[in-house]
Write a protein that binds this ligand. Sequence first.
Ligand code: URA
Length: 259
Amino acid sequence: MENKETIKIQKFIASTGLCSRRKAEDLIQKGYFTVNGEKAILGMRVSESDIVCFKGKNIKEENKEYYLLNKPLGYVCSSKEQFDRPIAVDIIKTKARLVTAGRLDMYTTGAIIVTNDGEIINKITHPKNEIEKEYYVTIKGKIKDEDLQKLENGVYIDTAKYIDTDSEKESIKENNKKYLTKKAKAKILGFNIEKNEQRIALIIHEGKNRQVRKMFKELGYSVLALHRNRFGKFDVKNMKPGTYRELSKKEVEILAKIK
Ligand code: URA
């Protein structure tokens, strides 16, 4: 990640030999390119650490690397950081241009896949794949039984900006711009009497922005700590915060099989 020199995206695409700069401009405007999983914009600047994909394929070939990181507290999941906060992918010692598959917010710790394989990132972050995520949530006080049930059945949260499908669009129109979270599983893990804190496991299959925090906030609970223990089949229960491991060939195959 040392090289932060940037060039215009159309120039970068042309430099890979994929097509001419003019053709690249046309294709960018038609929406064929993404940068780090997001639609590219004509004229935007990219650096060596960005993953530029054409129709989902990384256009600069390099050896693919795959890691499971237990993201520590205070690290951000973006690949560029304007406020000098530490960047999660920089924990991994490699020259590869890595990005996180999806995001955990700065104050959330836990399991996140990190790779330079744009196709895998597209697969595992696509909402249609509904990968299971298990969160451990520490709250102040005790949750009411009825609220545990609400977590499982759905909670209306404010997330109009992050709506993915047409049916979700329809649904939020009917519900005063609020999004109803999908079916989940919630279980009490334990209660610390001295601290008056409870730990709850929540399993969801979606990943709206700051979803877990918003679900608890809507129900009136303050979240003291949030940890993602598991992303799909990948758990970090035996990994210390800030440590990572390479995925095995078999594990990569599991990810590659996702449609
Ligand atoms: N839900 C949150 O509130 N934050 C995360 O980082 C992930 C899920």
